[in-house]
Ligand binder design. Structure first.
Ligand code: FAD
Length: 395
């Protein structure tokens, strides 16, 4: 169906506003945290998760769930600019947290489109986009984080016909493992293989006897990720993503999309600017030229970075984000660091006291550390930018 962008945005806004109110600069609460990685209690999660899942179903059924996706999997086949316009609109409204399904929607689906094949794509794409299934990423291990080529989890052929695999090993830092139905798992399938050869990727059912999920208590209070122990867990041969032994190609697609999803989330720093101004006003320092200049600088950086990222995404060949998306993630975390520093300057000692009305700002400082690690650490991303974007020699 042909529809111009203006009409599309009008229809999208009518749809969203029929379900949720607009967000306010104060995010509706004196105590609202500004964490970039949400710190949810078990009770909060139990209340939020069903609503987040229901919202994905409602948007999908209304034709806004996969705006630029292929029609055969329930997408509308519109240009990516329409999907981006929808995302910008949705962020103005108090819709449920998209974090619960971010991996499924923004990272796993494009990976499956690139490597999945008809059987896997038929099984998962529509279900993931509609949140009929929620998924997690089982890549990192205690001795394999930045260096995923050191993965030790093993997958061995099982059964006389060899039509299934047994998985043994341990994963760690798996976000959302405790509420996911499936995981995207990286394992070594060729015994004795080294580094990035002999690795394969599978879709694994989380609810089975060989999979044990142990949540990790975080410094910041939440339990958003887990250790996952795999003890003779099973996957079928049909759950292989891509080719056997070529898992490195698959995870590179996943990691590129992961950095694009985090890096293109420019609205995170833009959305915090009105809250910074509100904070400065309430603390009587909005007339302080240093505060005003720092706020203007943060705003200008957020706008420039978001335009830069849109340009990167426009140039993404075949929908595959380029290595330069690492720069977008680095710029985002750098600007968030500036926001955190300015909030600390405004609040002084009360930045860390949980008794103050604005205690949510300390959550920004604490969770920002995680954002600078997940999806590729600052150091690793700088190396990628140096070598693959600027073509500098290897050190
Ligand atoms: C919020 C969050 C969510 C996450 N979610 C998931 C998830 O869902 N699934 C999953 O599989 N993993 C997840 N992770 C794990 C994440 O991918 C790893 O933490 C990350 O890749 C870094 O690995 P590591 O923790 O083992 O640190 P290491 O790789 O051991 O790094 C330690 C330090 O050494 C530096 N370093 C390492 N290698 C180099 C190098 N070559 N050059 C320069 N410096 C280097 C790093 O920058 C870092 O400062 C998550 C992490 C966070 C923080």
């Amino acid at each position: 169906m042909n529809i111009d962008l203006e009409t599309f945005c009008q229809q999208a806004e009518e749809f969203i506003s029929a379900h949720y109110p607009r967000r306010s600069a104060r995010a509706g609460s004196e105590h609202a945290a500004v964490a970039v990685i949400p710190e949810r209690s078990a009770a909060q999660e139990a209340a939020e998760l069903p609503e987040a899942i229901q919202w994905r179903k409602t948007t999908f059924d209304a034709g806004f769930g996969w705006i630029d996706g292929p029609a055969e999997f329930g997408g509308r086949g519109l240009p990516p600019s329409y999907a981006d316009a929808y995302r910008q609109l949705e962020r103005r409204y108090a819709v449920p947290d998209e974090g619960y399904t971010r991996f499924s929607v923004g990272i796993l689906c494009p990976t499956l489109l690139a490597h999945g094949g008809p059987e896997l794509n038929g099984r998962y794409l529509r279900a993931l986009r509609r949140a009929d299934i929620v998924s997690c990423q089982l890549f990192s291990e205690p001795d394999a984080g930045s260096d995923l080529a050191s993965v030790r989890t093993r997958a061995g052929r099982d059964g006389e016909s060899g039509d299934s695999w047994r998985i043994n090993g341990q994963k760690v830092w798996t976000s959302g493992a405790h509420y996911s139905e499936v995981g995207m798992l990286l394992a070594r399938t060729e015994p004795g293989s080294r580094r990035n050869a002999g690795l394969s990727v599978f879709m694994i059912e989380m609810d089975q006897p060989g999979v044990e999920v142990r949540p990790i208590q975080q410094l910041t209070g939440g339990k958003s990720f887990s250790e996952v122990f795999l003890d003779d867990a099973r996957v079928s041969a049909q759950s292989l993503v891509g080719e056997i032994g070529r898992g490195w190609d698959v995870i590179n697609t996943t990691l590129r999309h992961e950095r694009a999803v985090i890096g293109s989330d420019g609205a995170v720093d833009l959305a915090l600017v009105p809250r910074l101004i509100d904070l400065a006003r309430r603390h009587g320092c909005w007339d302080d030229p240093v505060v005003r200049e720092a706020t203007a600088d943060i705003y200008a950086r957020a706008q420039a970075d978001s335009l830069m990222t849109l340009d990167f995404l426009d140039r993404a060949e075949g929908g595959m984000p380029g290595a330069e998306m690492s720069l977008s993630k680095l710029r985002l975390t750098d600007n968030l660091q500036r926001i955190s520093a300015l909030a600390q300057r405004i609040l002084g000692g009360s930045f860390v006291t949980e008794l103050d009305d604005d205690f949510g700002w300390s959550q920004l400082a604490l969770t920002l550390a995680g954002l600078r690690i997940g999806g590729g650490t600052d150091e690793v991303l700088r190396t990628i930018v140096a070598q693959r974007v600027l073509s500098l020699p290897r050190s």
